[in-house]
Design a protein around this ligand. Structure first.
Ligand code: MG
Length: 276
């Protein structure tokens, strides 16, 4: 049956090639839907604590959670605790925080434990970054479980540039093993290295997914897009170069895509014989 007959008006705003790709994906035996939060499910706001998924995205996520053989994961640069606050979807959602350093899976997982070397490096990071932030307006440092984020969203262009240069140069000298990640208005320094790509690989194995849907908006999401295979679907939210096969304008459009994916997956589930 044609997709349009099955899902009616749902997803009528979604491009044809993307709709076709979603229809194929929705028929996979075990689906993992892995989603970045900020700039993808939630519009970016000045106060990160106030960020929330759009109502349509939230509804789509809830529908996907309710489906058999379908898992939803949030993959964020935010610390896990922070992610739980802004994205209260309940325990069925798998959570990956700090770009893959922190995980909340179905069972209580190992908490992040830093070794002596990592703790020492963390101390050096803190010293260097605090000193720098003290000299610049509207640049603030957020502690992360294995590092720090330097936020420059509210800083002037010049102070933001200075913060980037100082932080990167100083730390190259003082803490050469720290991992540096550049995002939108944020630089992250971590004493433990992992990427969203590794996070997606981990989640794929954990959920035994036969295909993965991944959506993200930032530079760090590119690691996840690169980790996708031909059976998966990558969706870039917003502007900027990307390895994703598909792109939409922003969180409102991501929500439409997720709604359509939920509708297609529900239609597939209704057609499939009950194997339980
Ligand atoms: Mg994001």
């Amino acid at each position: 049956m044609a997709i349009d007959d099955r899902v009616g008006q749902a997803g009528s705003g979604v491009r044809r090639d993307l709709r076709d790709a979603l229809a194929v994906l929705a028929a996979t035996p075990r689906l993992l839907v892995a989603l970045d939060f900020d700039g993808t499910l939630a519009p970016v706001v000045d106060d990160p604590e106030k960020a929330r998924a759009t109502p349509e995205a939230s509804r789509a996520v809830e529908r996907l959670i309710a489906l058999a053989d379908t898992r939803v994961a949030l993959v964020s640069g935010r610390a896990l605790k922070d992610l739980e606050q802004v994205a209260p979807f309940g325990d069925e959602v798998l959570l990956v925080g700090s770009h893959g350093i922190e995980l909340r899976l179905d069972e209580a997982d190992d908490v992040l434990a830093l070794d002596a070397d990592e703790r020492q490096q963390l101390g050096v990071l803190e010293q260097v970054l605090d000193q720098m932030a003290g000299t610049l307006d509207s640049v603030w440092i957020e502690p992360k479980p294995a590092g720090f984020a330097v936020h420059t969203r509210l800083a002037s262009e010049r102070h933001s540039r200075v913060a980037h240069l100082v932080a990167i140069n100083e730390l190259k000298a003082e803490a050469p093993d720290a991992t540096v990640r550049l995002g939108k208005d944020v630089i992250e320094f971590s004493v433990r290295s992992t990427t969203k790509g590794e996070a997606v690989e981990h989640l794929r194995r954990y959920t035994h997914a036969s295909a993965v849907f991944y959506a993200g908006d930032d530079v760090t999401d590119e690691d996840a897009f690169v980790a996708l295979t031909a059976d998966d679907l990558g969706l870039k939210s917003g502007v900027g170069p990307t390895a994703a096969d598909h792109r939409v304008a922003g969180p409102a459009e991501v929500a439409s895509v997720l709604s359509l994916l939920a509708t297609l997956r529900e239609a597939h589930a209704a057609d499939a014989p009950d194997t339980n």
